[in-house]
Design a protein around this ligand. Structure first.
Ligand SMILES: C[C@@](CO)(OP(=O)(O)O)[C@H](O)COP(=O)(O)OP(=O)(O)OC[C@H]1O[C@@H](n2ccc(N)nc2=O)[C@H](O)[C@@H]1O
Ligand SMILES: Nc1ncnc2c1ncn2[C@@H]1O[C@H](COP(=O)(O)OP(=O)(O)O)[C@@H](O)[C@H]1O
Length: 284
């Protein structure tokens, strides 16, 4: 039997860091939502007790470093599954982009293998397994829109943001999440974006207040390392996006746009100097 599972990208409408913890992770407050740019996983049971990963993308690891491999191994070990699986990853989400492509593949593998092997693991248990693989994996298991706290694994679902277009632009640079958190200094932060205000803007369905409330305290770290991310933000603003922010640890910048008529100008303007530009919708 073959099954398929979608693994959508996420964006952070808000990312605040409260403090660095004893365990080296950072205590965060994030508002995350999914967009319809997605990888697709094809999973097929193998009679032999092995995990095989393939992908059309030449630039991701296919061994135990792949997060989908790690998800399959974790679920097999924890639930004593003595069967194998072949997972093909059709990658569409740019890698190391701040869009959680790897985390979403891991989450899709957990959801898919739960179905393929008829394990009936409840969603909150899948989230706990996901948290062992990465801070963003639990959110990728549940999807939707959520306020994420702790190191990102504590989730409170919130309303879907007001519908709009999302323009994603990924500059051709690699950013390591660990590096960005490593260079972040929580005690030097003077102002924090307000997660409470963003939740309220979303619940009121106010597109303008969502745009005004966007904030990401990791932006300054990544912008300091890669000034081209600032140029990309400024270009997106100049071209007419209503709200602009870097997603996660970057380097992808997203723009929220309410009017379809503006999209061609923004897309064409960005494509002039950035090869990877996507126009997507938030997932409801
Ligand atoms: C910044 C965010 C925002 O959504 O996303 P990305 O930019 O990676 O997409 C996340 O916090 C990333 O989550 P994820 O990519 O799952 O991170 P993990 O694998 O758990 O951790 C990678 C490294 O980031 C640091 N880290 C991560 C999460 C956190 N709350 N505090 C941290 O300090 C740690 O140094 C850790 O070793
Ligand atoms: N299935 C996967 N897809 C993409 N990257 C993966 C995958 N498995 C492991 N990785 C590794 O994880 C790292 C972070 O990738 P990704 O999840 O795309 O970044 P981000 O967390 O910034 O959105 C990359 O260095 C990549 O090599």
């Amino acid at each position: 039997m073959k099954i398929y599972e979608k693994a959508p990208a996420k964006i952070n409408l808000l990312l605040d860091v409260l403090r660095k913890r004893e365990d080296g992770f950072h205590e965060v407050e994030m508002i995350m939502t999914m967009v319809d740019l997605a990888d697709r996983l094809e999973m097929e049971e193998l009679p032999r007790d092995t995990i095989i990963i393939s992908s059309q993308a030449g630039y991701i690891p296919l061994d135990e470093k792949n997060l989908a491999f790690q998800a399959a191994k974790l679920i097999k070990d924890r639930y004593d599954v003595r069967k194998g699986v072949y997972i093909h990853l059709d990658k569409k989400i740019p890698v190391a982009a701040g869009l959680a492509g790897g985390s979403s593949d891991a989450a899709a593998a957990l959801r898919g293998l739960n179905r393929l092997w008829g394990l009936q693991i409840p969603e909150d248990e899948l989230c706990k397994l996901g948290a062992e693989l990465g801070s963003d994996v639990p959110f990728c298991v549940t999807g939707g829109t959520a306020l994420a706290t702790g190191r990102g694994e504590k989730l409170e679902p919130i309303a879907t943001p007001p519908q709009c277009w999302v323009v994603l632009a990924k500059p051709p640079i690699n950013v390591s999440t660990a590096d960005v958190y490593g260079k972040f200094r929580a005690n030097e932060l003077k102002t924090h974006p307000s997660a409470a205000d963003m939740v309220s803007a979303i619940e009121r369905g106010s597109f303008n207040d969502v745009c005004d409330g966007l904030g990401n305290v990791l932006e300054n770290v990544t912008l300091g390392l890669h000034p081209e991310v600032l140029q990309l933000k400024e270009s997106m603003q100049r071209l007419g996006a209503d709200g602009v922010l870097m997603s996660g640890s970057g380097p992808t910048v997203f723009g929220l746009v309410s009017k379809e008529a503006k999209l061609a100008r923004i897309y064409n303007g960005l494509r002039g100097f950035c090869k990877e530009v996507y126009v997507v919708r938030m997932l409801t």
